[in-house]
Design a protein around this ligand. Structure first.
Ligand code: ADP
Ligand code: MG
Length: 317
């Protein structure tokens, strides 16, 4: 067998034997084939993770690859879909990099119980030595039940599941040379909230997004899609565990910046009618604001508007 296929088998296929019940032709052919049960729909999303863009060049590659899978799966969580399949197009600078990235991919697929249904494996040009992973994910959801960005209504509460700002603080520590810093673990071990996404959908939530580019920026996507004003309460955001954790290390202004603009904690941001308050509180969510008519994102502190730039990460800024 030539090296390429030997690596594909050794590093990926033989280590991810798990197969979903709805797969009718598994990894190993020209394509995989899947059956969509009656009454369900297929949700698909794709995500790129590139060395030097999504992780620092000197970052451990198995952690970078693990993150790449987790980040892609987070989009399924936001839709309220089950996570079933991953397809991976991977480019490696050399064999060792491929091996290291495959370790992270395999670990993540086993952890999240998703099937590696196919992929493509290539080596980067020798002149570039670039490592990257392009991850496509697929999952099932009951027909017409996926949560979208366009379903927020005036009067809805705004809720948050998960952390804000801890991953951004971790990346900053890493870049400052504090590779064992208290926050670096939040950057390396992101957790797509797959179970939470399904619980939210089952509770009747219809509007959700995962926070990958910063709270205010991603709230802006709900605002635009739903034509709604999302008004956050800084006092409520201060009750999040992330605020307490960040405040032990950073001043108020820095904490605020990390929480409002730091991305990649993959928290779920959702809106829901007041009738769901009790149910969502029992899921350990934090209520952090209100939707009103209009189209904006604002944040209020002690009754006054808090002036803060809303933009988060922008690849083309
Ligand atoms: P093709 O030439 O038909 O596109 P390839 O030769 O690229 O197929 O890949 C051979 C098989 O190995 C295919 O079934 C493909 O899905 C799988 N594969 C290739 N790379 C990966 C990978 N990184 N992870 C999982 N499966 C992979
Ligand atoms: Mg083929």
């Amino acid at each position: 067998m030539n090296h390429e296929f030997q690596y594909i088998t050794q590093l990926f296929q033989s280590r991810t034997p798990f197969s979903q019940p709805h797969t009718t032709l598994a990894n190993g052919d020209d394509a995989s084939v899947h059956h969509i049960p009656l009454g369900q729909e297929l949700v698909i999303s794709t995500d790129s993770s590139i060395a030097g863009v999504h992780w620092p060049e000197n970052y451990p590659l198995h952690l970078a690859a693990d993150r790449a899978i987790g980040a892609a799966l987070s989009d399924l969580a936001a839709m309220g879909a089950e996570a079933n399949w991953v397809w991976l197009a991977i480019t490696a600078a050399d064999r060792q990099s491929l091996q290291q990235m495959s370790d992270g991919v395999v670990e993540a697929c086993l952890r999240y119980h998703v099937e590696l249904a196919g992929g493509d494996t290539t080596r980067a040009p020798r002149s570039q030595r670039l490592n990257s992973l392009h991850v496509t994910v697929g999952g099932l959801v009951n027909q017409h039940q996926s949560m979208t960005r366009s379903n927020a209504k005036p009067g809805d509460d705004i809720w948050l599941a998960g952390h804000l700002g801890l991953s951004a603080a971790g990346l900053s520590q890493w870049l400052d040379g504090e590779t064992q810093g208290d926050f670096t673990v939040y950057f390396s071990s992101i957790q797509p909230q797959l179970d939470m996404g399904i619980q939210l959908r089952n509770a009747g939530v219809c509007c959700c997004i995962d926070v990958s580019d910063g709270l205010l920026q991603d709230a802006g996507h709900i605002s635009e899609s739903s034509h709604i004003h999302l008004r956050f309460d800084w006092e409520k955001l201060q009750q999040l565990p992330a605020y307490q954790i960040l405040k032990q290390h950073y001043d108020e202004a820095t904490t605020q910046q990390w929480m409002l603009r730091g991305g990649e904690d993959y928290a779920l941001l959702l809106t829901a009618p007041k009738s769901l308050r009790q149910q969502l509180t029992s899921l350990n969510l934090c209520r952090v604001g209100t939707c009103t008519s209009g189209q904006a994102v604002s944040i209020v502190h002690q009754g006054q508007p808090l002036l803060i730039a809303t933009h988060g990460f922008d690849h083309f800024a």
